[in-house]
Ligand binder design. Structure first.
Ligand code: 9UX
Length: 72
């Protein structure tokens, strides 16, 4: 059963940044879809929690060079 979560992504300044974050998230096994909104600085990620965790998503955003923020 897949799950969808929103994740804050800070540090993006152009449209290519959003594409880079989307690509890095989609490369993770277990991530089914990732869309990043530059204006709202949020990523919407659909994933299978049996294969990838919210912490993995956070770590990936940070590794890509941006600043992740969880909703809570
Ligand atoms: Mo645009 Mo983002 O030139 O890391 S790709 S600022």
């Amino acid at each position: 059963m897949s799950q969808t979560m929103e994740l804050g992504v800070g540090g993006m300044t152009c449209a290519s940044c959003t594409a880079r974050v989307e690509r890095s998230l989609k490369r993770l096994s277990g991530v089914e879809d990732a869309t990043v909104n530059l204006a709202t600085e949020r990523a919407t990620v659909t994933f299978d929690p049996a294969h990838v965790t919210p912490q993995d998503l956070v770590n990936t955003v940070r590794s890509a060079g941006y600043e992740p923020a969880t909703a809570d």
